[in-house]
Design a protein around this ligand. Structure first.
Ligand SMILES: [Zn+2]
Ligand SMILES: [Zn+2]
Length: 102
């Protein structure tokens, strides 16, 4: 049960919003849910930062597209556990991505 933050009276659901019958204050329950969803989303972004191709260690690898000698890379484990992980490079200049095998 929700109570009006303005006057403390009981709030009743009315067409998707909570409405105070005493002073007319309304609170959208949809808005509340949206806010919670956004918070979860931003938390996930923080957790997944390491998987973003633009964020990673920079290495001296020459881009085959533009010749820039700086690229970020991340490791991608291949299907077979025996093989070395594939390195995915992303050019810091033109964002071209390519992979290299050891
Ligand atoms: Zn009220
Ligand atoms: Zn490039």
């Amino acid at each position: 049960m929700e109570f009006c933050p303005e006057c403390g009276a009981m709030m009743l659901p009315n067409k998707g919003v909570l409405k105070c019958n005493s002073c007319g204050y309304t609170e959208s329950s949809e808005k509340k849910e949206f806010k919670v969803k956004r918070e979860i989303k931003s938390n996930q972004t923080v957790t997944n930062l390491g998987e973003d191709v633009d964020v990673g260690p920079v290495t001296n690898e020459t881009c085959p597209e533009c010749g820039n000698d700086k690229a970020t890379y991340k490791l991608l484990q291949t299907r077979s556990a025996d093989e070395a992980p594939t390195r995915i490079f992303t050019c810091t200049k033109c964002k071209h991505t390519w992979r290299a095998y050891d």
